[in-house]
Design a binder for this molecule. Structure first.
Ligand code: NAP
Length: 360
């Protein structure tokens, strides 16, 4: 309907009617159902984060956080978390979270400890001020982390998790909250490995957490309390957007936002290649490509008469920039005939299926 109005060059009244139709389409029951699948706290946090993102007009920004509070990536005030936080494994994702928490000032270097295996990792963490660094989690590191911290992030690869859980289990008490970021490792697996009553939260973060533009989802284990959920939400909100989901949705989250940054990097690289092919110097093309992707994503969180939960449907935004017989519609037609839309859908589904495979 929108496309028809634009293509036929209808006047403002007809165009407004077309937008109204598109708004109705955006509010179809199927779409509402998608949101209803989330918990009420998730809906609240989605709406709040989206609204805050649109108000601040920025997805970046660090915390100003003095006096026990800081700013989330969306600009909302966050309380510093007083509990000490331990990390078992601090590679790409673990370090991204640590750096993000420090940048947002929800924690401080003295309140964080890590269990790592090699000297390079230790050096990298010392450079960002972490003083309490313990050795291999399977050789005493777990015990030291459990003694130091009340919140323990498990950030090793999924394949290393069985032996890490086995080493950690004897040191877990009812005071501990264990947060696993390992793809495909279920709450049941974590709870069974850590023992009866263990408070467990499963999280799927992504690496843009490092620059406080992460997108994370979490689900609560059987013994995790509402306060545990709020605590995890505070930490993850400090490094970006965060939403609570049902565990059965975690593989889909892994395929979309967990693996998604890599899909977008490939897209940015390809756009830049296109710019070079069209005559731009490489650095100019790369900067324009990356800024275009970041700006377009921000537009989805802008607020207008068509927005739902603080988001504008990307199809509405696409139609607005595709003028009749213009350059953009030519490019879009090429993307559609190359099957790019289907390729993205299949990539997310394949990554989600791999997450399920890892769960065994
Ligand atoms: N990377 C992402 O984009 C992403 C996104 C969402 C979720 N995740 C999840 O995050 C987890 C970590 O992924 P990653 O990409 O950060 O992997 P990574 O860079 O390989 O980091 C894992 C770290 O754990 C360390 N480790 C392994 N066994 C250990 C032990 N027994 N004691 C102490 N440290 C140990 C590894 O040390 P060595 O280097 O010595 O092996 C490594 O530094 C995975 O479970 C993944 O599913 C990752």
């Amino acid at each position: 309907m929108r496309l028809l109005a634009a293509e036929q060059g209808l006047g403002p009244a007809a165009a407004a009617a077309a937008v109204a139709v598109s708004r109705q389409a955006w509010l179809l029951p199927g779409r509402q159902l998608q949101w209803a699948g989330l918990t009420s706290s998730a809906s609240r946090s989605a709406a709040a984060a989206a609204a805050a993102a649109s108000q601040s007009g920025s997805t970046g920004g660090g915390g100003s956080g003095s006096g026990g509070s800081s700013s989330s990536s969306s600009g909302a005030k966050l309380k510093a978390v007083p509990e000490r936080i331990g990390f078992i494994g601090a590679g790409q994702m673990g370090e991204a979270l640590i750096r993000g928490f420090l940048k947002a000032r929800v924690s401080s270097p003295g309140k964080i400890c890590c269990s790592v295996r090699d000297f390079d990792r230790q050096d990298a963490l010392e450079r960002i001020g972490i003083g309490s660094i313990f050795g291999d989690a399977t050789e005493g590191g777990s015990e030291e982390v459990a003694r130091f911290a009340r919140i323990i992030f498990l950030c090793t690869k999924p394949q290393a998790m069985p032996e890490v859980l086995e080493a950690l289990a004897p040191h877990i008490t009812p005071d501990h909250l264990v947060v696993s970021i390992a793809a495909g490792i279920t709450l049941v697996t974590l709870e069974e490995a850590l023992g009866e009553g263990a408070r467990v939260v499963r999280v799927m973060p992504n690496t843009p957490s490092l620059v406080q533009s992460g997108a994370s989802a979490f689900c609560l284990g059987r013994h995790a309390t509402q306060q545990d959920g709020e605590l995890v939400e505070t930490l993850l909100s400090s490094v970006g957007f965060c939403i609570q989901v049902q565990e059965k949705q975690m593989d889909a989250v892994t395929g979309l936002s967990g693996s998604g940054p890599a899909f977008v990097y490939l897209m940015i690289e390809a756009l830049a290649d296109g710019g070079v092919a069209a005559g731009l110097p490489r650095d100019t093309a790369l900067a324009l490509a990356a800024k275009t992707v970041a700006g377009a994503a921000q537009m989805v969180f802008s607020d207008d008469e068509t927005s739902v939960l603080g988001m504008v449907h990307p199809g509405v935004l696409k139609d607005r920039v595709a003028s009749p017989a213009g350059t953009t519609i030519e490019g879009l037609a090429e993307l559609e005939s190359s099957g790019v839309r289907g390729a993205f859908i299949r990539a997310v589904k394949r990554a989600a299926a791999r997450s399920k495979e890892l769960a065994g």
